[in-house]
Design a protein around this ligand. Sequence first.
Ligand code: F55
Length: 833
Amino acid sequence: VEASIPEPQRAAWSRNQIQSFTDKDGFEKEVVRHVETTLARSMFNCDESAAYSATSLAFRDRLIKDWNKTQQRQTYRDTKRVYYLSLEFLMGRALDNAMLNVGLKDAAKGGLADLGFRIEDIIGQEHDAALGNGGLGRLAACFLDSLASLNYPAWGYGLRYRYGIFKQEIIDGYQVEVPDYWLDFNPWEFPRHDVTVDIQFFGHVSKTTKDDGKTAAIWEGGEIVQAVAYDVPIPGYDTPTTNNLRLWSSKASGGEFDFQKFNNGDYESSVAEQQRAETISAVLYPNDNLERGKELRLKQQYFWVAASLYDIVRRFKKSKRGWNEFADQVAIQLNDTHPTLAIVELQRILLDIEGLEWDVAWDIVTKTFGYTNHTVLPEALEKWPVGLVQYLLPRHLQIIYDINLYFLQTVEKAFPKDRDMLTRVSIIEESQPKMVRMAHLAIVGSHKVNGVAELHSDLIKTTIFKDFVEVYGPDKFTNVTNGITPRRWLHQANPRLSELIASKCGGNGFLKDLTQLNRLEAHAKDAAFRREWAEIKYANKVRLAKHIKNVTGVTVNPAALFDVQVKRIHEYKRQQLNIFGVIHRYLTLKGMSVEERKKQLPRVSVFGGKAAPGYWMAKQIIHLINAVGSVINKDEEIGDLLKVIFLEDYNVSKAEMICPASDLSEHISTAGTEASGTSNMKFVLNGGLIIGTCDGANIEITREIGESNIFLFGNLAEDVEDLRHAHNYGSHSIDSDLEKVFGTIESGTFGTPHDFSAMIAAVRHHGDYYLVSDDFHSYMETHRLVDESYRNQDEWVSKCITSVARMGFFSSDRCINEYADGIWNVEPLVVQE
Ligand code: F55
């Protein structure tokens, strides 16, 4: 019950909010206050960790005001909201981002200096929020930044994992996984113990007859787990809009313990139940582009989806509108198929709880949802055994069957004699055991389906979802090419470059309208500007070199060409192609006279990325990279000419250091396999060139920056099928240079050859599915072009500047505006301050 306080009194309180700091002195006072009161410590023994905590708390206070106002404004204006449902939000650190977005980083820098700290050290204290695997999770985080920066009324919904993606250690060249417990001190989340939802699992369905004579389904029995909301403020850049990311945490229902059991003396099983409930949000599944069909994963999905929908529906109901207006007020985007049960859950709410007719409900559902696909790899497409769904969510399975029935009826009308068509598009796969195909359900339940880069969006229309294009027509399928936020990936990661760019682009406007980068183009030919540009790149390389020395003990020459491939380790991303290429380079150098060697360009090959713990081949690739590094890095004949570094525990905050330090980055997936890629965008935006295949967003990057500014190589997506066929059925001989590489590995140069035999066999004997041998020659030739190009530094730097000038398209702001226009039909909420 709310206390009845007169409205004018409330308004007065609301106006008279706590004043937050606006300058250095105000910031210092706040830090001291937090150290001495919130943290109950003395300024005399305030270490970096305490300074981080106090600084974060000061900025957190600063955000709360705008956050509350934003929520009030959105409620008051009552406009359509966007809900972004994602099982992953790979946020990275929050403090630096918050300081930059509210425009008070300089104040904090000065204040911390007065207190005896360097701001970089304080920022470095923060633990990454790593609630994601890779590209998909980081995309969700970039989208939140853009949604807030562009003033869209938007919420993110996710799971509050106790353990994010594991921490990677490299021990004797092998990956070892260590749990990432990140919640010890997290000032960026606000527990909402009053915002809870009871989530039901298991049980059974019975039928009742309602007053009007119609039958209704009742889902009863089973068990209840409680979802508790934790809210994270998402500040926009240079705007008061501060949106909300709501993460759900699981808890046993009925509070701390089941008191009935407790009172019956069954203390242990009451604690056990508590722990079982908490398991649901305990850990992020560490697989990228692989679905393993675990029961707990399905529980996670339903738990999160049901809590989110309950919350969304509750908010809608407060507006006192009719259901016919639901889709005008609510847009829900499904980040891949992981939240697809939301479609079924909304239909269940409308049908079973709100009592709407099936067709009326279904119309609302399909108008509400949009689905984004992120992969065509078959092993990543989600399918759940019908039996498992039946057991966990009996009512949902019935609804899925009904959705499928009505859908197949319409297909049959359109394609009367095509039984194969029905089998192919069915939501249920008639296999042993039967499976629910989540992508099919997501397509049928959404009004738009999008891919994440042009090639990928074309591929889904012509391959995995071809039949659905026939059923629905082509307009249901669309493309929204991915983007990245220039705030984090340029301004925050590379402050000096950002400043240099601002000096030529008429200020910081480019951070909100990235197309303004085109003003740089005129300066690519300016020698003085190029010198400044190159000097910044060099300083960034020095910083990375220091980090490399710190963590690996290897000294690298910052004047060498830094060649970087950092991303999840996966055969389709072809880190094996890269390391085979490195071995080939090594053999070539070894075969040279001392005189010849002197003419060669020094290189540092940097690798980084995690392998899914159960992905054996990916772990072998990591082992080979480390084995090669440990031989080459101590070969005195080679010295600075070639170094091979594996940086352990690649994550968002390391990416912020690595991207600005690369000369060349590698995006070399087998054509047609990488849906988009987003690190390609980050590297180019930071003034590095890329070597890549005609895949994903590489193609659009090429179109934007020009063919002469990118090193493309390899076979095209359209040739992949024939090439694979040739490996399996034709006569196919493997590139002789690649055979030399294999021979060297097999001779024991990099340790026990047996350790690497499976990687070689995959190419030689198992059909070379990822076409490493087909692309090896053109890859090596293209690396030769890179070397040649890098020798002409003026031209190289010109290419870098021109490329950056043409990267405006790849802002996630452009991308979010396309979703808002073409899929969500929402508009920004103009802020009048
Ligand atoms: C995680 C879990 C499952 Cl079950 C399936 C996939 C993933 C995952 O992490 N996928 C992923 O990161 N996909 C990537 O999405 C990016 C953003 O759209 C793309 O750029 C990238 O090409 C794609 O691989």
